[in-house]
Design a protein around this ligand. Sequence first.
Ligand SMILES: Cc1ncc(COP(=O)(O)O)c(C=O)c1O
Length: 748
Amino acid sequence: MKFNFPIIIIDEDFRSENASGHGIRALAQAIEKEGIEVVGMTSYGDLTSFAQQQSRASAFVLSIDDEEFGGGSVEETEVALRTLRAFVEEIRFKNADIPIYLYGETRTSRHIPNDILRELHGFIHMHEDTPEFVARHMIREAKSYMDSLAPPFFRALVDYAQDGSYSWHCPGHSGGVAFLKSPVGRMFHQFFGENMLRADVCNAVDELGQLLDHTGPVAASERNAARIFNADHLFFVTNGTSTSNKIVWHSMVAPDDIVVVDRNCHKSILHAIMMTGAVPVFLTPTRNNFGIIGPIPKSEFEMANIQKKIDANPFIKDKKKKPRILTITQSTYDGVLYNVETLKEMLDGRIDALHFDEAWLPHAAFHDFYKDMHAIGRDRPRAKESMVFSTQSTHKLLAGLSQASQILVRDSESRKLDRDCFNEAYLMHTSTSPQYAIIASCDVAAAMMEPPGGTALVEESIAEALDFRRAMRKVDAEFGTDWWFKMWGPDYLSEEGMAEREDWVLRADDRWHGFGKLAEGFNMLDPIKATVVTPGLDVDGDFADSGIPASIVTKYLAEHGVVVEKCGLYSFFIMFTIGITKGRWNSMVTELQQFKDDYDKNQPLWRVLPEFIAKNPRYEKIGLRDLCDQIHGIYKANDVARLTTEMYLSSMVPAMKPSDAFAKMAHGEIERVSIDDLEGRVTAVLLTPYPPGIPLLIPGERFNKTIVDYLKFAREFNKKFPGFETDIHGLVAEKSNGERVYYVDCVK
Ligand SMILES: Cc1ncc(COP(=O)(O)O)c(C=O)c1O
C-alpha cells in the first residue's frame, strides 16, 4: 500500500522569486515527479508544534541560506544555528530516525557544529548536482525510513490485505464483499472502509502466523513488543485485560490455592477466584471520604500480617501452604501507584507470583518519572524466586483498539516461564477467531512506544495534564472567594513543563490525599489521572451547607459533548491519554465555566439539560442550583460519604468459598432476598455499586448491617430522584404492586 508521507521543505525563500527560491522549487518539483508529495514552508513557527510534523513526514529538508549567517562572525553564526539546533533537537526528542537534510548555498559542514551534524542524513549543495539526482537520493533515504516503520504483524497484514487473494475462509463476509449485497451492508462497508474489511481474516491465513500458537509474524511482533517493554515474554490478548487477568490466574492457580488479593481489584480477578476455586485473603486499601480509593498500607503486605489472615480463614486447610499469587491494582482507577521494588523486597519467594494489574499503566515503563512504580522495565533487578506478571490494557492509555491487551512476564533468577504450560491457560480464554485488527493495534501501539518516541509521548501526556491543573488553579485564583472546582492532588505544582517525580510521591503527613499515615516513598499519584472535586464535601467527609453532586456536573458535560471517565459523589475523573489534545482539555475548562455560570444563575433544567429533561420531564422547571441543593441535602442528611467509606471498609465475612457460592447459583440453589431481609444472608453474586464500580461483596460473603443500610439509602434515593439512580450491579429490581422492589440472589 502506498502511504502518503510528504517530504517537508523549510526554506524562507520557498515562495520567493530569487535564485534561492528557484533552486528549492526545482528540487520540490523533481521530488514530486518521482511521485512523492512535497510540503513547502517558509518558517518553523512554533517549534514544538511544528516538530509534531515528524509523524506525517518521510523526510525534512532544512535550508540554510547565506544571508542568515551575515558576515560569518561567531555571534552571527551562533544566531543562525540557534533555530536549526532547536528544531533538530525537537525532532530527535520524538523521532530518532526520520531523515533530516540540510540544503545550503555555500555553507559546508565546516560551519555546522557536531551536535547538529551527527543528526543529519545529508548536506546538499545547491547547483552542484541536478535537482533530479538530489531528489532521487533523498527519496531513497525517505523510503528506507518508511520501510523501517511498520512492525512485523502490521506489515504482514497490510501486505496480505493488498495482495488481492480470493478468500474462501472465515469470516463469511469475504473481505467485505457480503456487505455490498444489501443497502444497509453497503452503509457498513462505506463507514468502516475496505481496508478494515479486507484485513479481517481468520487463522487459516498461514502467512500471518497464529496468535494461539504464537508463530510467524504474530510471534515476531510479540517478541518485538517484549523487547520494547523490557519483558522476558509478552503475549498479545484480544479480549481485554479482563481476559489477560484470567489467563495469568489459570496459569498459576488451582482449587484451594491461597491467593492474596487487593480488596478493590477489578471484577475479572474476582471472576478468576470463582473460576479457579482459590481461597482469597484480601488486603484492604485505604479510602478517603471523597470515595477515592487509596493504597493498601505497606504494613498490610508484611508476611506476618498476610499469615494472620490465612490463619483466620476457615476455608484454608493447610495454613502453611505458600500463597500462589498476589494481585494488586497498579494503578488504581484514580492513579495511585505502588513501589514495586519495595514489594519485591517484602514478598519475593514468599508468594510464587507477583501479579500487577496494570490495566491503567502501560505507559509507565517509558519514562523515568515512574521509576520503580511499575512492574517490569529497563534496569530493574530480577526477583530471586517469584515470577512477576503485568497485565496491561493497551487500549486504555496507548493507541490500541478496544480490547487490545497484553501480558508481560519477568522470569525470576530461579524460575523461567514454561511457555507451553502457560499457553494452555492462554488457549482456555482466547477465542479461536481473534480479531486481527486488534492484534495489529497491539503491534503498532508497542512500536509507537519505542524510545525516544514513546518517552516523548508520555512526557507530553504528563505535561498536558499538569497544564490542565495549572489552568484550573489560575481560574480559581481569578475567581478569588467565589467557588470553583478543585483538583485532587499535591498542593505543590511546578510552574511550567514537567514535574519532578518526588512532587507526586504521597507523603505521610500530606492532608490533601486523605489516606492518613502512609509509608514514605511507597506510593505516588500518576498526574495523568486527573480527579476534579466539586464543592460540597471536604476530605474529612464533612458536608458544606450547599454543594454540587458530581453526577449533575457530568450529566451537564455529557449534554455538551464532554464525556468523563468515572464519576463519584463529589468528584469525577478524566484521563490524559496519549490521544488527549490541548483543545480537548481547554474545552473542559470552558465547559466547567459554563456550568458555573448556569449554576450561579440557577438556570432551569429544560434549558441546560434538554436531553435529560426529554426523558425525565418531572425536573423541567427546577433550577440547576435547586437540583444540586436537593440532592446535596439528601446526601448530607444521610452522611453518605462516611456511609460508603465505612461500607467498603466494613468486615466482609466469608461464609463459603466464592467458587462454591457461584456453583450454588449454577445449580439453582439460590433465592431472591429483598433488601430488608439481607442482613446475615450469603450472596451468590457480585454486588458492585456504580460509582465507583468496585465490587463490594463477592459470592460467599455475608451481608452486614452497614451494607444493608447503604442499600436502603440507595432504594430511597432512587425513589426520590429517578434519572439519578445509583446503579448497583447484582441488585435486581422487580415491580410489585406498582412499587420497585430490590433483591439480591442469595445462597439458600
Ligand atoms: C484495574 C483493571 N483491571 C482490568 C480491567 C479490565 O480491562 P479491559 O477493559 O481491558 O478488559 C479494568 C477495566 O476497567 C481495570 O480497571
